[in-house]
Design a protein around this ligand. Structure first.
Ligand code: TXA
Ligand code: MG
Length: 338
């Protein structure tokens, strides 16, 4: 049985007790929902890997209630302090060297001497971690390889019966996972794009930031340095195809039975496609990012749907994070007119 909790004081107390007893709880953040367990309790962390079907060589994010909790685990770092004062709480995850590899459970770090630390914007989740007085792991609350959950309903779809509870805080606002920046290397390096961009980070650090856009491949057997580098990610079971505004004329002629479209409103209007066959991504890159995983999950569950066409966006601002997830969902497949 998976309990559905709200963000009331009483429910957060209940959640904290479950975590203290080694249980597993899905929690809200502004990006996507995560699965939490006491990050210092190996048996509890193991349940998270099991619930997600997650491979053990993929390390987990460590979610903290505030900066003080971070410095109990990570070595002090000036660049991190600068970024924290600007972006925490918020959608920026920092990879930092650990003070000791005895402080966190070994299955959190996959044997690395670093860990990924995140302090989410959602107040209820920071309160929960504060009540536990220990950090919680926080991978996205989906089955491995599936799109991340942006509502409590998505979480229950994948995780009902697999976890002890979910804290329902309504839909998330960002819609894709946090930016990950590696500060354990000489030059700050983006490992996963998110709403905080490389330019935002470079401005605060007043130094160049390495931002390898696009898919990076990793040799088999290596511990992945960035999420989604080694495993298929964010992917529904249906075929996903990316199109752009330039393709709309051809796409309109090519649409077949079983084809559905997720696109910005002006594109949907030009395609003249029925409501039941389309999902509005709103009017901006931000709204499209917020809606992307909902659209993929919705169509994935419709039996009649065979192919999902999704509008691609320019690689600017949040567009980089949006395209990073969409390219992986689509396995790099783009529309080609016949
Ligand atoms: O927005 C988010 O970050 C969400 C919410 C729930 O907080 N969490 C999330 O966690 O996306 P997850 O586990 O799905 O993605 C974290 C990624 C992992 O895939 C892993 O590859 C990478 O961070 N990671 C963790 N520790 C690392 C480390 N020490 N070095 C490099 N990458 C690391
Ligand atoms: Mg994930």
């Amino acid at each position: 049985m998976t309990l559905v909790l709200k963000t009331t004081d009483e429910d957060l107390q209940t959640a904290a007790h479950i975590l203290a007893d080694g249980g597993v709880i899905a929690f809200p953040t502004e990006t996507v929902y995560g699965i939490g367990a006491d990050a210092t309790n190996s048996a509890a962390v193991e349940k998270v890997f099991l619930a997600k079907n997650r491979p053990h060589d993929n390390p987990l994010i460590v979610t903290v209630s505030d900066e003080n909790m971070l410095w109990r685990f990570a070595k002090k770092n000036q660049r991190a302090e600068k970024l924290i004062s600007k972006f925490w709480p918020g959608s920026l995850t920092l990879i930092l060297p650990l003070i000791s590899d005895e402080l966190l459970s070994h299955n959190v770090t996959a044997g690395l001497k670093t860990a990924a630390f995140r302090n989410p914007e959602t107040a209820a989740t920071r309160t929960l971690i504060g009540l536990l007085k220990k950090p919680i792991v926080g991978p996205s609350a989906n089955l491995s390889t599936k799109p991340s959950p942006t509502t409590a309903e998505h979480v229950l779809h994948d995780m009902a019966g697999r976890i002890d509870a979910v804290i329902d805080n309504g839909p998330t606002t960002v819609g894709v996972e946090s930016t990950i920046v590696d500060l354990s290397v000489k030059q700050a390096t983006i490992l996963r794009p998110g709403i905080v961009t490389a330019d935002d980070i470079a401005e605060v650090l007043a130094e160049k930031v390495i931002d390898p856009v696009g898919p990076i491949s990793v040799a088999a057997g290596m511990t992945p340095k960035a999420p989604g580098m080694k495993y298929r990610h964010y992917a529904p079971s249906k075929e996903v195809v990316i199109f752009t505004k330039l393709d709309i004329g051809d796409l309109k002629k090519n649409l077949q039975k079983g084809d559905v479209v997720a696109a910005l409103d002006d594109s949907l209007a030009r395609l003249e496609i029925g409501r039941q066959d389309s999902w509005s991504l709103g009017e901006t890159a931000a709204s499209a990012t917020e809606e992307l995983f909902s659209a993929l999950r919705f169509f994935d569950d419709q039996k009649e749907v065979k192919r999902i066409y999704v509008e691609g966006l320019p690689l600017q601002g949040i567009g980089e994070a949006y395209m990073n997830r969409l390219e992986k969902s689509a396995g790099g497949q783009h529309f080609e007119s016949k």
